[in-house]
Design a protein around this ligand. Structure first.
Ligand code: SF4
Length: 189
């Protein structure tokens, strides 16, 4: 069975890739770039994945363009709900590629992260899969959360400190003077 797996970053890909391979699946990765800002950060994450995928013999398709402007335009004035747009665009793009490449399933490493909105991702995945006629492979990869962290540290991987978009970078590092203690519920990685 061939699965196209959307990969958000190398550290998050360790557990899902190993798990799917253990289940006998042939896995190919897809790295989506529009939501990773700024560009130098996107390149850093991509290079980390390139190194890791060579090491484990994983073929990965890298999105060629970098439409940061389109991403920002699409979430403008609804920044507080931007993750739904972001998940949907990443997963729809993956499903379309899976359909074109005649994959049996599509999936995502977003299902590994404890910081992401797991149930929202699952529901978007399922509806995108139904609409496009590509089966979505669901698994709760969060059970391997600690294993993945340990493995990525042992491999000396670059581990980013924020989710991806420029808004998440601000939320991770900026604290207004009047509200230093405020903690947002946005995903960190
Ligand atoms: S916080 Fe993460 S999931 Fe949400 S919009 Fe930004 S990159 Fe996408």
């Amino acid at each position: 069975m061939k699965t196209l797996m959307h990969i958000c970053c190398a550290p998050c890909s360790i557990v899902p890739t190993e798990s799917l391979r253990r289940q006998g699946m042939e896995v190919m990765g897809f790295f989506y770039r529009h939501n990773i800002h700024p560009y130098s950060e996107c390149v850093k994450r991509q290079q980390t994945l390139e190194q890791y995928s060579r090491k484990i013999d994983l073929r990965v398709i890298y999105q060629e363009d970098y439409d940061m402007e389109g991403f920002v335009r699409n979430v403008a004035y609804r920044e507080s709900n931007r993750c739904s747009y972001c998940y949907h665009d990443r997963l729809r793009t993956t499903a379309l590629m899976a359909r074109r490449g005649k994959f049996d399933y599509f999936s995502t490493t977003l299902l590994y992260s404890k910081f992401q909105k797991h149930d929202t991702i699952r529901s978007i995945d399922e509806s995108v899969g139904k609409a496009l006629g590509v089966p979505f492979f669901y698994q709760d990869f969060r059970t391997g959360w600690k294993t993945g962290i340990t493995a990525s540290k042992e491999l000396g991987m670059y581990r980013q400190k924020y989710c991806g978009c420029i808004y998440s970078e601000k939320e991770r590092f900026y604290r207004p003077k009047t509200d230093r203690a405020k903690i947002t519920d946005r995903p960190k990685i």
